[in-house]
Write a protein that binds this ligand. Structure first.
Ligand code: ASP
Ligand code: MG
Length: 593
């Protein structure tokens, strides 16, 4: 018999009428022959109200008691939902996280799921019940109530779908589905018919509020199809599955993140261990670092820029001040008036000419790019916060995201089969912890070369001109990094290309250098790009640190870094790739699956 998990968010259970409407949806699904598990959030803004109440009593309420308090919101919802189901003549039973047996670790207010027992739910479903599970909560080894972090009911729902081998997990919310960009800021945004887990993970971390990132990670890890849809309309919504909407589509979504700030460290000694010393200080303060851009060192000094949440800026500056003293760094600058614009798409990993198109559209909109980082499926640029919306609109239009990429109707992936092998994976991971970091691969790519142009004028249009010409010659550019170089009015730009295209790319670079009056060009014939890919790389912030640590131990100097939700890439100069690869394999041996 097929099993469906239906999750209803706060707005979908905000009052008794909405609770009844949700109950009807579940009963309808049951009448269609499915077994149904409902997962519900706290009513409306209930959780916010409880948080505010706690704040009236204490600036720092004990985390354990916060969980005790917040979990009541969901307990109210499940009880009311069970009453609604009963009033409509169906059989329903409510369960708290503890009653289900959602085992978590003990990190209150941000607990991770370790295991879920299914026996009780299965039995209740077998008896014809609609099982109504409280989202967002679990229980630790000592029977303390825990919560999974704000928005965590999505994660409960997808995790339950995974362990029960559900055919589908429906997420009912107050929007129609997943959009190409936030429709509240850009009304022309389009609701996507389906999107891949990887793309959704990137968009979720860029602030696309529809889904909790950890829920998407569960979906990917266990192959659960996730269906995001509106509680109040009959619109089909969006599926999050393994396939992208259209194969080869270079960009499927765009995002704007306005709450970041840039920090730049100028004149950092270019020796193994510098990045480690800096970023471990930030990790110690639990500061999440976003765009990391390190340009290639000159005269033994390098410049490192990165972004953090604006709210973390003060503690970041304290932490880097400490690093400044310890490492003898020359200068620290920062800018809190910045915004990040990103495009995401599985198809860009194999295509020439995606980055330059993005840069071109920004230059036409007269937006200056301050920093660039790229990963396999994401390109991010940092711009002045005042130009953020103009920049977002420019790239959204450039990639024609408002237009459906299919002709008449999207080809929807087949999702009526329960995910293959998912239950085996679940069984294996229940032993170590379902949400533990998993690393799929540690890889070496030593077929690339690098070019760096120094003293590039810092004005709109330069990056697009450079990469337009490189694309025009059919050269595939992999990593691009643009950063401040410590001089007024100029930036430095590094990019990697296949080795066999080095001569050609150098010719182009030389011409550009003359035309734009750049300072100089440097290149490296052999570089080694080392990548670690897996799941949980963002929430387990120690991954990059672990990489830096192990490369430092092997006495290797990192010259470029790029990160995404599913991958961290570092470049080391020269042919030390094998040594680097072995040291990373060792460093991640315990989590390699
Ligand atoms: N009620 C919790 C919150 O508001 C969990 C959820 O809604 O997903 O964060
Ligand atoms: Mg909520």
């Amino acid at each position: 018999m097929s099993l469906i998990v239906q999750k209803f968010g706060g707005t979908s259970v905000a009052d008794s009428q909405k609770i009844l409407a949700a109950a009807r949806k579940a009963i309808r699904a049951q009448q269609e022959g499915h077994q149904v598990v409902m997962v519900v959030s706290a009513m409306g803004a209930r959780t916010d109200q409880l948080v505010a109440l706690a704040a009236e009593l204490s600036d720092e309420p004990p985390a354990r008691e916060m969980d005790m308090l917040l979990s009541t919101g969901e307990q109210v919802s499940v009880a009311l939902m069970a009453m609604a189901v009963d009033s409509l003549g169906a059989k329903g039973i409510s369960l708290t996280g503890a009653q289900i047996g959602i085992q978590t670790d003990s990190s209150h207010t941000k607990a991770r799921i370790k295991a879920i027992s299914t026996e009780r739910i299965q039995r209740l479903l077998g008896e014809g019940n609609i099982v109504i599970a409280a989202g967002f909560q679990g229980i630790d080894e000592d029977f303390n109530i825990t919560t999974l972090g704000r928005g965590g009911s999505d994660t409960t729902a997808v995790a339950l779908a995974a362990v029960l081998g559900a055919n589908q997990c429906e997420i009912y919310t107050d929007v129609d589905g997943v959009y190409t960009t936030d429709p509240r800021v850009m009304p022309e945004a389009r609701c996507i018919s389906h999107i891949s887990y990887e793309e959704m993970l990137e968009l979720a971390s860029l602030g696309a509020g529809v889904m909790h990132s950890r829920a998407v990670e569960f979906g990917k890890k266990f192959g659960v199809p996730i269906h995001v849809r509106n509680s109040f309309t009959d619109i089909t919504g969006s599926l999050i599955v393994s396939q992208p909407e259209v194969d080869g589509l270079p960009v499927s979504g765009a995002a704007m993140t306005k709450n970041e700030a840039r920090v730049t460290l100028l004149g950092v000694p270019d020796v193994p261990g510098s990045s480690l010393a800096i970023f471990s200080r930030l990790a110690d303060q639990a500061i999440t670092v976003d765009m990391i851009v390190q340009n290639v060192g000159i005269d033994g000094k390098a410049d490192i820029s990165f972004t953090v949440l604006e709210s973390d800026l003060e503690s970041t500056l304290e932490a880097v001040e400490d690093a400044k003293q310890a490492l003898d760094i020359e200068q620290i600058t920062h800018d809190s008036e910045v915004a990040k614009i990103s495009v995401v798409g599985l198809g860009m990993a194999e295509q020439i000419g995606v980055a330059n198109k993005m840069f071109r559209s920004l230059s036409q909109a007269e937006v200056n790019i301050q920093m660039i980082t790229t990963s396999e499926i994401k390109i991010s640029v940092l711009v002045d916060r005042k130009s953020a919306l103009t920049a977002l609109r420019a790239v959204h239009q450039e990639f024609q995201l408002e237009k459906p990429p299919w002709d008449e109707k999207p080809v929807l992936p087949e999702i009526c089969q329960p995910p293959q092998n998912a239950l085996e994976v679940v069984k294996r991971l229940q032993v170590v912890g379902m949400e533990d970091l998993t690393i799929d691969t540690v890889e070496l790519d030593d077929d690339q070369a690098r070019i760096t142009i120094l003293g590039v004028p810092d004005r709109p249009g330069v990056a697009s001109d450079i990469f337009d010409r490189v694309a025009h010659e059919n050269v595939f550019v992999d990593m691009i990094v643009q950063s401040y170089d410590g001089n007024e009015g100029t930036t430095s730009l590094s990019f990697t290309i296949p080795k066999e295209h080095l001569t050609l790319a150098l010719k182009i670079a030389n011409k550009i250098c003359q035309e734009f009056d750049c300072a100089t060009i440097q290149h490296s014939e052999t570089i080694s790009k080392l990548s670690v890919s897996g799941l949980g790389l963002r929430s387990h912030t120690d991954v990059a640190i672990r990489m830096f640590q192990s490369l430092f131990k092997a006495n290797l100097n990192v010259s470029m870094v790029s990160t995404s939700e599913v991958r961290v890439n570092v470049v080391i100069e020269g042919d030390k790739g094998q040594i680097g690869l072995r040291s990373l394999q060792e460093a991640f041996a315990d989590v390699l699956r």
